[in-house]
Design a protein around this ligand. Structure first.
Ligand code: 5GP
Ligand code: MN
Length: 338
Protein backbone atom coordinates (compact mmCIF):
# COMPACT_ATOMS: atom_id res chain seq x y z
CA UNK A 1 0.00 0.00 0.00
CA UNK A 2 1.17 3.52 -0.70
CA UNK A 3 2.39 5.44 2.30
CA UNK A 4 0.00 8.40 2.13
CA UNK A 5 -3.25 6.37 1.74
CA UNK A 6 -2.02 4.06 4.50
CA UNK A 7 -1.46 6.96 6.90
CA UNK A 8 -4.77 8.50 5.86
CA UNK A 9 -6.62 5.30 6.65
CA UNK A 10 -4.89 4.85 9.99
CA UNK A 11 -5.86 8.35 11.08
CA UNK A 12 -9.52 7.86 10.15
CA UNK A 13 -12.23 6.93 12.62
CA UNK A 14 -12.03 7.40 16.37
CA UNK A 15 -9.25 9.53 17.87
CA UNK A 16 -6.01 7.59 18.26
CA UNK A 17 -3.50 7.54 21.10
CA UNK A 18 -0.39 8.81 19.40
CA UNK A 19 3.21 9.12 20.55
CA UNK A 20 5.67 11.16 18.55
CA UNK A 21 9.30 10.63 19.33
CA UNK A 22 12.57 11.92 17.90
CA UNK A 23 16.29 11.15 18.05
CA UNK A 24 18.46 11.80 21.12
CA UNK A 25 20.02 15.25 21.42
CA UNK A 26 17.15 16.59 19.32
CA UNK A 27 17.96 19.42 16.95
CA UNK A 28 15.59 22.00 15.51
CA UNK A 29 14.41 19.67 12.75
CA UNK A 30 13.71 16.76 15.09
CA UNK A 31 11.88 18.94 17.62
CA UNK A 32 10.19 21.33 15.15
CA UNK A 33 8.96 18.49 12.94
CA UNK A 34 7.64 16.57 15.94
CA UNK A 35 5.82 19.61 17.33
CA UNK A 36 4.44 20.60 13.93
CA UNK A 37 3.12 17.10 13.39
CA UNK A 38 1.76 16.97 16.96
CA UNK A 39 -0.13 20.24 16.51
CA UNK A 40 -1.62 19.00 13.23
CA UNK A 41 -2.74 15.69 14.74
CA UNK A 42 -4.19 17.45 17.79
CA UNK A 43 -6.29 19.62 15.48
CA UNK A 44 -7.61 16.37 14.07
CA UNK A 45 -8.67 15.46 17.63
CA UNK A 46 -6.10 12.75 18.30
CA UNK A 47 -4.49 12.32 21.73
CA UNK A 48 -0.88 13.20 21.12
CA UNK A 49 2.22 13.05 23.33
CA UNK A 50 5.67 14.14 22.24
CA UNK A 51 8.60 12.36 23.87
CA UNK A 52 12.24 13.42 23.52
CA UNK A 53 14.77 10.82 24.74
CA UNK A 54 17.10 13.60 25.97
CA UNK A 55 16.80 17.34 26.49
CA UNK A 56 16.65 19.92 23.69
CA UNK A 57 18.75 23.11 23.42
CA UNK A 58 17.54 26.31 25.11
CA UNK A 59 17.40 28.23 21.84
CA UNK A 60 14.36 26.10 20.90
CA UNK A 61 12.40 26.83 24.07
CA UNK A 62 10.07 29.21 22.18
CA UNK A 63 8.70 26.51 19.86
CA UNK A 64 4.90 26.31 20.08
CA UNK A 65 3.93 23.42 22.34
CA UNK A 66 7.47 22.76 23.55
CA UNK A 67 6.47 22.94 27.21
CA UNK A 68 4.42 19.77 26.72
CA UNK A 69 7.38 17.75 25.46
CA UNK A 70 8.18 14.92 27.85
CA UNK A 71 11.95 14.61 28.19
CA UNK A 72 12.45 10.95 29.07
CA UNK A 73 15.88 11.42 30.63
CA UNK A 74 14.86 14.28 32.89
CA UNK A 75 13.15 12.51 35.79
CA UNK A 76 11.91 9.14 37.00
CA UNK A 77 8.31 10.34 36.60
CA UNK A 78 9.00 11.32 32.98
CA UNK A 79 10.50 7.91 32.37
CA UNK A 80 7.49 6.17 33.88
CA UNK A 81 5.05 8.34 31.92
CA UNK A 82 6.95 7.86 28.64
CA UNK A 83 6.98 4.09 29.01
CA UNK A 84 3.26 4.05 29.81
CA UNK A 85 2.39 6.24 26.82
CA UNK A 86 4.55 4.15 24.48
CA UNK A 87 3.03 0.88 25.70
CA UNK A 88 -0.52 2.19 25.36
CA UNK A 89 -0.14 4.02 22.04
CA UNK A 90 -2.10 3.04 18.93
CA UNK A 91 0.46 4.82 16.74
CA UNK A 92 4.08 5.83 17.23
CA UNK A 93 5.58 8.35 14.84
CA UNK A 94 9.37 8.17 14.69
CA UNK A 95 10.47 11.56 13.46
CA UNK A 96 13.94 12.45 12.10
CA UNK A 97 15.41 9.01 12.71
CA UNK A 98 15.04 5.60 11.10
CA UNK A 99 17.28 3.45 13.30
CA UNK A 100 15.90 2.57 16.72
CA UNK A 101 19.33 2.83 18.35
CA UNK A 102 19.00 6.61 17.83
CA UNK A 103 16.55 6.80 20.76
CA UNK A 104 18.82 5.20 23.38
CA UNK A 105 16.84 3.68 26.25
CA UNK A 106 13.57 4.08 24.38
CA UNK A 107 14.73 1.61 21.72
CA UNK A 108 13.37 -1.54 23.36
CA UNK A 109 10.10 -0.03 24.62
CA UNK A 110 9.31 1.29 21.12
CA UNK A 111 10.38 -1.98 19.51
CA UNK A 112 8.12 -3.92 21.88
CA UNK A 113 5.15 -1.56 21.64
CA UNK A 114 1.96 -2.89 20.08
CA UNK A 115 1.46 0.41 18.23
CA UNK A 116 1.69 0.81 14.46
CA UNK A 117 5.02 2.53 13.86
CA UNK A 118 5.43 5.22 11.24
CA UNK A 119 8.87 6.58 10.35
CA UNK A 120 9.19 10.07 8.89
CA UNK A 121 12.86 10.65 8.16
CA UNK A 122 15.58 11.74 5.75
CA UNK A 123 18.72 10.14 7.22
CA UNK A 124 20.63 7.68 5.06
CA UNK A 125 20.56 4.70 7.41
CA UNK A 126 17.30 2.95 8.02
CA UNK A 127 16.11 -0.12 9.81
CA UNK A 128 12.98 -2.09 8.96
CA UNK A 129 11.10 -1.87 12.23
CA UNK A 130 8.15 0.26 11.15
CA UNK A 131 4.95 -0.70 9.37
CA UNK A 132 5.05 2.55 7.38
CA UNK A 133 8.12 4.42 6.17
CA UNK A 134 7.84 7.96 4.87
CA UNK A 135 11.58 7.97 4.24
CA UNK A 136 13.37 10.11 1.70
CA UNK A 137 17.11 10.68 2.11
CA UNK A 138 16.95 13.31 -0.65
CA UNK A 139 14.69 15.48 1.49
CA UNK A 140 16.37 18.48 3.07
CA UNK A 141 14.62 18.08 6.41
CA UNK A 142 12.05 15.92 8.13
CA UNK A 143 10.00 19.12 8.34
CA UNK A 144 9.80 19.13 4.55
CA UNK A 145 8.43 15.57 4.68
CA UNK A 146 5.85 16.54 7.32
CA UNK A 147 4.69 19.41 5.12
CA UNK A 148 4.49 17.06 2.11
CA UNK A 149 2.50 14.59 4.20
CA UNK A 150 -0.04 17.15 5.41
CA UNK A 151 -0.46 18.51 1.89
CA UNK A 152 -0.75 15.03 0.34
CA UNK A 153 -3.43 14.15 2.87
CA UNK A 154 -5.33 17.12 1.40
CA UNK A 155 -5.24 18.83 4.79
CA UNK A 156 -3.01 21.87 4.30
CA UNK A 157 -5.99 23.87 5.55
CA UNK A 158 -5.10 22.62 9.06
CA UNK A 159 -1.74 24.39 8.96
CA UNK A 160 -1.58 27.50 11.11
CA UNK A 161 1.16 29.89 12.19
CA UNK A 162 2.37 27.63 15.01
CA UNK A 163 2.67 24.58 12.75
CA UNK A 164 4.29 26.66 10.00
CA UNK A 165 6.88 28.13 12.38
CA UNK A 166 7.74 24.70 13.80
CA UNK A 167 8.33 23.31 10.30
CA UNK A 168 10.12 26.44 9.07
CA UNK A 169 12.75 26.25 11.80
CA UNK A 170 13.47 22.61 10.92
CA UNK A 171 14.05 23.53 7.30
CA UNK A 172 16.24 26.59 7.88
CA UNK A 173 18.51 24.78 10.31
CA UNK A 174 18.87 21.47 8.44
CA UNK A 175 19.66 23.33 5.19
CA UNK A 176 22.07 25.66 7.05
CA UNK A 177 19.87 28.56 5.90
CA UNK A 178 19.17 27.20 2.41
CA UNK A 179 22.80 26.44 1.60
CA UNK A 180 23.04 22.63 1.48
CA UNK A 181 22.87 20.80 -1.88
CA UNK A 182 19.47 19.30 -1.03
CA UNK A 183 17.89 22.79 -0.89
CA UNK A 184 15.78 22.18 -3.96
CA UNK A 185 13.23 24.40 -5.65
CA UNK A 186 10.67 22.22 -3.88
CA UNK A 187 12.16 23.15 -0.51
CA UNK A 188 11.81 26.83 -1.38
CA UNK A 189 8.21 26.23 -2.52
CA UNK A 190 7.40 24.51 0.77
CA UNK A 191 8.93 27.39 2.70
CA UNK A 192 7.04 29.90 0.55
CA UNK A 193 3.80 28.15 1.47
CA UNK A 194 4.77 28.11 5.16
CA UNK A 195 5.56 31.83 5.03
CA UNK A 196 1.99 32.43 3.85
CA UNK A 197 0.89 31.38 7.34
CA UNK A 198 2.66 34.47 8.69
CA UNK A 199 5.88 32.84 9.84
CA UNK A 200 7.80 35.54 11.69
CA UNK A 201 11.09 35.18 9.84
CA UNK A 202 13.12 37.88 11.65
CA UNK A 203 11.90 36.69 15.06
CA UNK A 204 12.77 33.05 14.41
CA UNK A 205 16.16 33.79 12.86
CA UNK A 206 16.99 36.05 15.80
CA UNK A 207 15.97 33.36 18.29
CA UNK A 208 17.94 30.65 16.51
CA UNK A 209 21.05 32.45 15.30
CA UNK A 210 21.42 35.64 17.29
CA UNK A 211 20.55 34.55 20.75
CA UNK A 212 24.04 33.88 22.10
CA UNK A 213 24.98 34.24 25.72
CA UNK A 214 28.19 36.25 26.29
CA UNK A 215 29.60 33.05 27.70
CA UNK A 216 28.93 31.21 24.47
CA UNK A 217 30.72 33.89 22.44
CA UNK A 218 33.69 33.81 24.80
CA UNK A 219 33.75 30.06 24.45
CA UNK A 220 33.65 30.40 20.65
CA UNK A 221 36.62 32.72 20.77
CA UNK A 222 38.48 30.25 23.03
CA UNK A 223 37.61 27.25 20.85
CA UNK A 224 38.80 28.96 17.67
CA UNK A 225 42.01 30.28 19.19
CA UNK A 226 42.98 27.32 21.38
CA UNK A 227 41.18 24.22 20.21
CA UNK A 228 41.25 24.34 16.42
CA UNK A 229 43.62 22.12 14.45
CA UNK A 230 44.03 22.38 10.69
CA UNK A 231 45.49 19.60 8.56
CA UNK A 232 45.99 21.54 5.34
CA UNK A 233 47.41 18.58 3.42
CA UNK A 234 44.18 16.68 4.04
CA UNK A 235 41.89 19.71 3.66
CA UNK A 236 40.60 18.90 7.14
CA UNK A 237 40.04 20.97 10.26
CA UNK A 238 38.76 19.93 13.65
CA UNK A 239 37.88 21.40 17.03
CA UNK A 240 38.17 19.57 20.34
CA UNK A 241 36.29 20.41 23.50
CA UNK A 242 37.80 18.94 26.61
CA UNK A 243 35.58 18.17 29.58
CA UNK A 244 37.16 20.99 31.70
CA UNK A 245 36.48 23.49 28.84
CA UNK A 246 32.77 22.74 28.97
CA UNK A 247 32.87 23.22 32.74
CA UNK A 248 34.93 26.41 32.63
CA UNK A 249 32.57 28.08 30.16
CA UNK A 250 29.51 26.60 31.83
CA UNK A 251 28.27 25.23 28.50
CA UNK A 252 24.62 24.34 28.11
CA UNK A 253 23.01 21.94 25.66
CA UNK A 254 23.10 23.61 22.26
CA UNK A 255 26.05 25.88 23.04
CA UNK A 256 28.29 23.91 20.68
CA UNK A 257 25.68 23.79 17.91
CA UNK A 258 27.15 25.20 14.71
CA UNK A 259 30.72 25.21 16.06
CA UNK A 260 31.84 22.56 13.57
CA UNK A 261 30.75 24.85 10.73
CA UNK A 262 33.48 27.33 11.68
CA UNK A 263 36.05 24.64 10.98
CA UNK A 264 34.34 23.88 7.68
CA UNK A 265 34.22 27.57 6.76
CA UNK A 266 38.02 27.79 6.42
CA UNK A 267 39.11 28.36 2.85
CA UNK A 268 39.95 25.07 1.12
CA UNK A 269 38.66 22.84 3.94
CA UNK A 270 36.50 19.91 2.79
CA UNK A 271 36.15 17.92 6.01
CA UNK A 272 35.48 19.26 9.49
CA UNK A 273 35.00 17.58 12.83
CA UNK A 274 34.07 18.48 16.37
CA UNK A 275 35.08 16.23 19.28
CA UNK A 276 33.32 16.77 22.58
CA UNK A 277 34.62 15.01 25.66
CA UNK A 278 31.60 13.97 27.74
CA UNK A 279 30.95 11.68 30.68
CA UNK A 280 29.69 8.89 28.42
CA UNK A 281 32.48 9.16 25.86
CA UNK A 282 33.50 11.36 22.97
CA UNK A 283 30.66 12.85 20.89
CA UNK A 284 31.65 13.50 17.30
CA UNK A 285 30.13 15.82 14.69
CA UNK A 286 31.32 15.56 11.11
CA UNK A 287 30.71 17.90 8.18
CA UNK A 288 31.94 17.91 4.60
CA UNK A 289 31.54 19.74 1.36
CA UNK A 290 31.22 17.92 -1.93
CA UNK A 291 31.41 14.20 -2.36
CA UNK A 292 33.15 13.09 0.82
CA UNK A 293 30.56 10.94 2.62
CA UNK A 294 30.84 11.68 6.33
CA UNK A 295 27.94 9.34 7.12
CA UNK A 296 30.08 6.44 5.90
CA UNK A 297 33.03 7.57 8.01
CA UNK A 298 30.74 7.90 11.03
CA UNK A 299 29.14 4.51 10.41
CA UNK A 300 32.32 2.56 9.76
CA UNK A 301 34.53 4.02 12.47
CA UNK A 302 32.46 5.93 15.04
CA UNK A 303 29.24 3.94 15.64
CA UNK A 304 27.18 6.67 13.98
CA UNK A 305 25.66 7.85 10.75
CA UNK A 306 23.65 10.73 9.33
CA UNK A 307 23.74 12.42 5.95
CA UNK A 308 26.39 12.64 3.21
CA UNK A 309 27.61 16.08 4.36
CA UNK A 310 26.54 16.06 8.03
CA UNK A 311 26.87 13.13 10.37
CA UNK A 312 27.64 12.22 13.95
CA UNK A 313 28.98 9.41 16.03
CA UNK A 314 30.80 8.54 19.23
CA UNK A 315 33.97 6.98 20.53
CA UNK A 316 34.78 5.19 23.75
CA UNK A 317 38.50 5.81 23.37
CA UNK A 318 40.12 8.75 25.17
CA UNK A 319 39.99 12.15 23.47
CA UNK A 320 43.65 11.85 22.44
CA UNK A 321 43.16 8.33 21.08
CA UNK A 322 40.02 9.36 19.22
CA UNK A 323 41.82 12.25 17.58
CA UNK A 324 44.77 10.02 16.67
CA UNK A 325 42.33 7.55 15.11
CA UNK A 326 40.61 10.35 13.19
CA UNK A 327 43.89 11.80 11.93
CA UNK A 328 45.03 8.37 10.79
CA UNK A 329 41.76 7.80 8.92
CA UNK A 330 41.92 11.20 7.30
CA UNK A 331 45.51 10.66 6.20
CA UNK A 332 44.50 7.30 4.68
CA UNK A 333 41.72 9.10 2.79
CA UNK A 334 43.91 12.03 1.76
CA UNK A 335 43.61 11.20 -1.92
CA UNK A 336 39.79 11.43 -1.80
CA UNK A 337 39.88 14.69 0.12
CA UNK A 338 42.42 16.60 -1.90
P1 5GP B 1 25.22 16.70 14.70
O1 5GP B 1 26.65 16.71 14.31
O2 5GP B 1 24.57 18.02 14.40
O3 5GP B 1 24.97 16.19 16.07
O4 5GP B 1 24.53 15.66 13.73
C1 5GP B 1 24.63 15.73 12.35
C2 5GP B 1 23.69 14.72 11.70
O5 5GP B 1 24.12 13.41 12.02
C3 5GP B 1 22.27 14.85 12.20
O6 5GP B 1 21.41 14.60 11.11
C4 5GP B 1 22.15 13.78 13.24
O7 5GP B 1 20.85 13.30 13.34
C5 5GP B 1 23.12 12.70 12.73
N1 5GP B 1 23.76 12.03 13.85
C6 5GP B 1 24.39 12.61 14.90
N2 5GP B 1 24.87 11.68 15.75
C7 5GP B 1 24.54 10.47 15.23
C8 5GP B 1 24.74 9.12 15.65
O8 5GP B 1 25.34 8.82 16.69
N3 5GP B 1 24.21 8.14 14.85
C9 5GP B 1 23.55 8.43 13.68
N4 5GP B 1 23.07 7.40 12.96
N5 5GP B 1 23.34 9.69 13.27
C10 5GP B 1 23.83 10.71 14.02
MN1 MN C 1 16.75 16.37 10.11
Amino acid sequence: MDVIPAIKEILLGHPKKIVITMHTNPDADALGSSLGLAAFLKKKHHHVSVIAPTDYPDFLDWLPGVSEVIVYQKSPSNRELSLKLIAQADLIFCVDFAMLNRINQLEQPVRDAKAIKIVIDHHLDKENFAEIMLWDPQAAASAELIYNLIESLGEANYIDKAIAESLYVGIITDTVSFKTPNTTAHVHRVVAKLIEFNVDIPKINKLVYENNSINKLKFLSFALSKRLTVLPNCKTAYITIKAPDAKKFNLNIGDTEGLVNYALSIKGIRLAALFKEKQDGIHISLRSVGDFHVNTLAKEYFEGGGHKNAAGGKSNLSLEETIAKFEELVKAKQSILT
